[in-house]
Design a protein around this ligand. Structure first.
Ligand SMILES: Nc1ncnc2c1ncn2[C@@H]1O[C@H](COP(=O)(O)OP(=O)(O)OP(=O)(O)O)[C@@H](O)[C@H]1O
Ligand SMILES: [Mg+2]
Length: 240
């Protein structure tokens, strides 16, 4: 199976703090890859270095076969990589419609009209400003905006954060739908149980290192392992 994205031996620093200690991972084409781990494990930092937002001091990133290690984010995006950052980052003072005017649109099935069909709720709220939307609506808007790039690879950083369980299900359903359309997905999540249900492959990060990698089904079957690896998320695992 070919890889949509690979990271090899990433070392990332914030100033003098050494955050990632040689992270290697792969997002296989046409699959959902979950990247899990406790708070502060380095998940967001990993995604930032994959997108070119935080340059690794050592290591290599390839996206669809191109060495993108020192590329700026807009060049990585232009390869067809959609990124939905942690905390959504929509424009609070712009309307839904205005938020959907993106600087980099790639031709393909996703247009403002088709994302509104995917998220009918957004269509109803087109004239509302970003800040007037609920958390779930903001997440949908952030995903919709990433889809307008017609990504071949979609990178999501905790899309279910702060969402009600029903909306969370909806977001996960969309991820499954993306895969069915041939989009590769790299998913960072605190919701371990639901991530492992939909993912094909899983990595667990701890303290800036990969401490587990294997088929998602294998990890899901080992509750004790999930608890020891994913820390805070273990409560969720048993509670649901
Ligand atoms: N801008 C920054 N400057 C210095 N340290 C940072 C910065 N951003 C994150 N860190 C530190 O880097 C480590 C990894 O943070 P990161 O945000 O990548 O973790 P995470 O796995 O995404 O956590 P969370 O689940 O809380 O989102 C943490 O110890 C964090 O405190
Ligand atoms: Mg994070």
């Amino acid at each position: 199976m070919s890889a949509a994205l690979t990271a090899e031996g990433l070392h990332v620093y914030y100033g003098k703090s050494h955050i990632l200690h040689g992270v290697s991972l792969e997002a296989a084409e046409g699959q959902v890859t979950a990247l899990l781990g406790r708070n502060g494990a380095g998940k967001t930092t990993t995604l930032r270095s994959l997108m070119g937002l935080t340059a690794p001091r050592q290591g290599r990133v390839t996206v669809f076969g191109a060495d993108t290690t020192r590329w700026p984010p807009f060049r990585v995006a232009a390869l067809g990589v959609g990124y939905v950052p942690e905390g959504r980052r929509i424009f609070p003072n712009l309307t839904v419609d205005e938020n959907l005017i993106v600087p980099l649109a790639r031709p393909g099935p996703w247009t403002p009209a088709s994302v509104c069909r995917l998220f009918p709720r957004l269509a109803e709220r087109r004239a509302s400003r970003g800040r007037q939307l609920s958390g779930g609506e903001q997440e949908m808007l952030a995903i919709a905006r990433a889809l307008l790039l017609n990504p071949k690879l979609l990178i999501l950083d905790e899309p279910s954060q702060g969402l009600a369980p029903l909306i969370t299900r909806e977001v996960f359903r969309i991820v499954v739908q993306m895969r069915a359309q041939g989009i590769s997905v790299l998913l960072v999540e605190q919701n371990v149980r639901m991530s492992l249900e939909i993912a094909d492959y899983a990595y667990v990060l701890d303290d800036g290192q990969v401490v587990y990698s294997g088929p998602a089904r294998e990890l899901a079957a080992d509750a004790a392992r999930v608890q020891s690896l994913a820390g805070a998320s273990a409560g969720e695992w048993t509670a649901q």
